[in-house]
Design a protein around this ligand. Sequence first.
Ligand code: C2E
Ligand code: C2E
Ligand code: C2E
Length: 89
Amino acid sequence: PSPLGPTPKLVIDLERLAQLPKEKAGALARYAATIQSQRGDYNGKVLSIRQEDLRSLAVIYDKSPAELTEELIGWGVLDAEARRAVETF
Ligand code: C2E
Ligand code: C2E
Ligand code: C2E
């Protein structure tokens, strides 16, 4: 087990996501909207996603999961804690 505790969750900031230009964040926004629709989870300010979904998103953005995580942290969509969630990939 990690000395820093359990693996943190990947939590998307939906309000921040909505502020970003479509050219950058459009694919992520559509992906998040699809998950919300599948769950029937429309009212949240944040959305917890699966690690597997970050892998899929990395393919879509043509980056490694670690590179995409850095980008999303830079955009303010993921918390810096998310770095630890992708270390285990
Ligand atoms: P499913 O994968 O067959 O999951 C059925 C139900 O099991 C989910 O219903 C949820 O209540 C529970 N569940 C499965 N995995 C987890 C998990 O890691 N954490 C939690 N808290 N619950 C889990 P729900 O939420 O209504 O989702 C219905 C279907 O929508 C899911 O069926 C899946 O096909 C899709 N879905 C929902 N959220 C996600 C997601 O974050 N990523 C992906 N890839 N699919 C999702
Ligand atoms: P947490 O996972 O740390 O989430 C904290 C709060 O962030 C949640 O409070 C909720 O307001 C928000 N949040 C996180 N992920 C999502 C999301 O995907 N959709 C939405 N709409 N909001 C989200 P909340 O709901 O009072 O839950 C408190 C704690 O209870 C959660 O802490 C978690 O530990 C647990 N919990 C709640 N629902 C589930 C669930 O479906 N599965 C599991 N395993 N734990 C849950
Ligand atoms: P969580 O609910 O606290 O679940 C943490 C981890 O436990 C998940 O990480 C997954 O590895 C495992 N897990 C929990 N429930 C199930 C399940 O029903 N089936 C399987 N096969 N594994 C399960 P993961 O997948 O990275 O998901 C991270 C977080 O994303 C979940 O935290 C939950 O907040 C959210 N999430 C993922 N899938 C769903 C879903 O289908 N529905 C909902 N409502 N939330 C989901």
